[in-house]
Design a protein around this ligand. Sequence first.
Ligand code: FAD
Ligand code: NAI
Length: 474
Amino acid sequence: MAKSFDVVVIGGGPGGYVAAIRAAQLGFSVACAESNPYADPKGEPRLGGTCLNVGCIPSKALLQSSENYHLLHDGFAQHGIRVKEASFDLGTMLGRKEKIVTQLTAGIRGLFRKNKVAFLPGHGRFTGRGGAGWQLEVGGEPVEAKHVIVATGSRARALPGVPVDNVLVSDNVGALSFDTVPGRLGIIGSGVIGLELGSVWKRLGAEVVILEALPNFLAACDEAVSREAWKVFTAKQGLDIRLGCTLGEIKAGTSGVTVAYSRDGKDERLECDRLVVSIGRVPNTEGLGAEAVGLRIDARGFIEVDGHCRTTLPNVYAVGDVVRGPMLAHKGMEEGVMVAELIAGQAGHVNYDAIPWVIYTSPEIAWVGKTEQQLRSEGVEVRCGQVPFAASGRAMGLGDTTGFVKVIADAKTDRVLGVHVIGANASELISEAVVAMEFAASSEDIARISHAHPTLSEIMHEAALAVDKRPLHF
Ligand code: FAD
Ligand code: NAI
């Protein structure tokens, strides 16, 4: 007989596991299916999805390790700290990363036990309608559910005709686990993964060349931020980023990869020891049985949903990377909570206008809301306040005064419409701006909040004051 649940979640990443936990908290009987073992030594499916296994968490572990090593060389001398000989052990670095991943993925299993969420290892798919509501199969076993939440996530987009072996040509999975530091690392795509993982291997000694199709660098960021980031990453840190590239043939030999490309009408060639392809991600909907039940998928492969993550089928929801919107773990988690609460008859809601972005390079880049260029092109009159971290005593003490905070407010109402930060700890500083946007605050509201001294957050305060042309320390 089929196991039967109020809610079955397909996919155990941030969107799925959070939806499962919240639904269980609300009193439903819940199961969550997950098929991917990632790097589990026993080959058992692991919870946590891309984020915990081969995304956010392992990349941030390596970013921190490589940044620490970099600081030994280039950061500590200004503090009068000299290190005669600094070296690193890549095995230990990768082992530390794996330990964090194992601990966190096991932690989700623990949270499932605590919240009484049944873990169903195996591939989940729809088989039909009937019984309690929806008929599914997980790992070949029949399962019934009144409500289904699809949270199957995404995988790296491949370049046509360029197979990924995660040895010579890698996606995010291979690029997080190189067993040696490549002498020359080629990266296709100067997006978030290209910059984060490019920074990791550059700091550990690789010569990094990034080929980007677009003529603009970090096109999603406010132009002031992209300009500053370009200066720091290229001139200061030595990342070789080539914009406006059209790729030609990519050949993987026995010990390296050759990439033919053209730029400014000239044919060029990149020889590298390893190549990382980071040109975006595609949603996972294959083998989901969508056709068996008529679940609608749009032309780009995303499951069609409304503003509340309801699919075209009754009691079937989809959240996270498999639906429209930014492919970010916290966006998926918020959608998971919203959907569980909607199933419980509550007023679940996600404010898509206040979802922060962070790029964990050094300096970090973080923003929420719109850019000045977006707003002006929409005809919105804005006032901007931009103040550099060079005006902060705390930043001086840290030895890192790179970057700035830019607050953008509506010229008529003063409501904050966007905040853009490039600098140390931007990932943490952005939270204040998210709260401001969530509560429709004005720049004057931020300007009237007491900010602890000396902290980097004082620059957020100063940038808000600067909107009204009255910064106190700049
Ligand atoms: P996923 O995490 O992809 O999880 C979906 C899960 O469903 C997978 O485990 C998959 O195996 C499983 N699955 C798929 N189909 C089935 C099926 N039919 N049956 C059973 N199981 C199935 N985001 C951030 O917010 N911050 C970051 O710092 C960040 N860093 C990143 C770094 C890298 C290198 C990458 C690649 C991504 C990063 N992201 C980051 C993005 C983030 O990982 C994703 O947005 C997030 O994981 C999406 O969550 P999800 O639950 O929708 O999907
Ligand atoms: P991305 O969308 O950030 O960047 C892809 C880049 O590749 C773009 O600049 C694009 O113009 C370029 N590109 C596309 N096709 C190309 C081609 N043929 N030749 C050269 N360049 C090409 O995608 P990325 O870096 O793969 O990351 C995927 C997603 O994962 C991100 O969009 C983000 O949602 C998520 N992520 C989030 C992180 C974070 O929050 N810190 C970290 C890493 C990933």
